[in-house]
Write a protein that binds this ligand. Sequence first.
Ligand code: ZN
Length: 392
Amino acid sequence: MRNLPLALLFVSLLTAHDSQLTTAFAAQEPVVRVAVLQEVQGVRVTVLAPCRLKDLATGSVLGQWSDLKWQAVEAGNPGIKISSIQTESRAVLLEPRQEAILRINARPYRGSLIFIQTPRGRLTVINRLGLEEYLVGALGSEVNPAWPAEALKAHAVVSRTMIAHRIWISQDLPFDVTADTETHLYHGVSGEREQTRAAVQATQWQVLAYQGELLSAAFHANCGGHTEDAAELWQVRGDLAPLKGRPDPYCKGLRHFHWRTDLSAKELMKRLGEGARGVGDLNRLEILERNDSGRVRRVRLKGSSGGVTLPGKKFRELLGANRLRSLNFNVRFSDGTVSFDGFGWGHGVGLCQWGAYGMAVQGRTMDEILDFYFPGAHRRDLKGLPGFPANS
Ligand SMILES: [Zn+2]
């Protein structure tokens, strides 16, 4: 099991500003591996502290430095080259000998760094650090730290649950999460704020569980008035009552609640590409079916050469998740223009970020927010759940 106890203390940092924001978390915590850059030619790394380089697989020390300043890391032949050291390793760990900030290009991170040579001969850069420290930066990368504390705390629990779940299912993979919206935004130390640190500390180790297991929690920006049943989008195991979806009055009228976008028929067909093969010139676009949350399950395109039916999920993926912000939309086609009028932003499963904000503004507590978005789940300590030993 990868997330065995590791003595991780996060205390001394480079600047007074940083140290004001930092206090030591519990000494032992699960570790998260975040792919912060993928398939890059090379990066520059800075560590203003003694550090050493290890082969990730064997743990053997390949080199050490009193510090590293703006040194190149490249995928070489056969292995990874860092500063003047050419290794034969395809995966290396760069770790400071004491707590220090590490910079990838100019961006600061905590913990340690893993560099992996990809099959294409490029680099994937992974930041490895304790889960609680990760959450401070990750939470600040996702939501406005000026939000009410109860909303930040609820989000901290949901983020921790989601990331812990990823740690659990990614044990045989080179990393647990990416740093973009695919999983959870993460800007490293740049994302940290006093308020997000307070929210993480106030909920330390707390996650959502259901039927004795970690819940596969999720969140999105705005549900548009009804959260989504996870089973509509993902393969879910057994009864997942907390992720069934429900009407949400709290995000109404708040940011990202309503959206509109127009596409020319030509642009739409270009984006659909192979997905609309054989349709020809578009004549008609209709919604065939919606699910219980009101989201589009299937669309039908008819054109000069034929017709095609697409699942809503596929339709959104092809058009672009930021162009077609949600599957809760109406569509109109006239004069060569396809006009979408929709609600919400994101897949809609789990916590509605703006709804959580709305609840907190109305004076609701963290637990009321969590109970609303995950009915039937309960908040508990991560330690002792499957995959997370009680003494970790
Ligand atoms: Zn909502």
